[in-house]
Design a protein around this ligand. Structure first.
Ligand SMILES: *[C@@H]1O[C@H](CO)[C@@H](O)[C@H](O)[C@H]1NC(C)=O
Length: 182
């Protein structure tokens, strides 16, 4: 009997750790967003920030939710045909899935929606010297994303006033994929 209970207990502990692919729009299960990601779609109401040379044209490789709730992000970016790597650690806020970081101004960003296993959509608001703009990103666990996710992303962009023509499909260009460590 004891052994049986122990087995049930261990099974429950094991089940608890398993990643569940449910869609969440709030109260995120933060540890589940950790791991490898690929930037697939990128949009902004200030397109200059996301085209070649723009500070927000950066390609994610890895995310890690730290012990203190901060979010570590590792990126690559391309400048003058050279790929470089950099990382940032973003402070958590009172709101689940929302973070703040200084990077070319002050950035406040939140997860819009994720199912942890396939995709994650971020919405970011940047403020620099009194100027504001927003960007949105779709991260995928795979290098590409299916059409239905593009549709979903477009809808979320439109909702926030970013038109379809301001959405870039990053899979069409160089994302410094050769510099990834996976
Ligand atoms: C959380 O921990 C990381 C890594 O140790 C550190 O860089 C960051 O500053 C910490 N954040 C806060 C808000 O203390």
């Amino acid at each position: 009997m004891m052994l049986f209970l122990l087995c049930v207990g261990l099974t429950l502990v094991g089940a608890h750790k398993k990643v569940v692919c449910n869609i969440d729009k709030d109260n995120f299960n933060m540890p589940q967003i950790s791991g490898k990601w690929h930037s697939v779609f990128l949009s902004s109401d200030d397109k200059e920030k996301i085209v070649q040379g723009g500070s927000m044209r950066i390609f994610v490789e890895d995310m890690d939710v730290l012990q203190n709730g901060s979010l570590y992000l590792k990126y690559h970016f391309k400048e003058n045909d050279i790929c470089s790597e950099f990382s940032m650690t973003c402070d958590s806020t009172d709101k689940s899935g929302c973070f703040e970081v200084e990077y070319d101004g002050h950035n406040a960003f939140c997860i819009v929606e994720t199912n942890y296993c396939d995709y994650l959509i971020f919405h970011l608001h940047n403020e620099k010297e009194g100027e504001h703009y927003q960007t949105m990103e779709l991260y995928s666990r795979k290098p590409n994303a299916p059409k239905r996710l593009k549709k979903k992303f477009e809808k979320e962009c439109l909702k926030r006033g970013i038109p379809k023509e301001n959405i870039l499909d990053l899979t069409e260009g160089d994302r410094c994929a050769k510099d990834r460590s996976d």
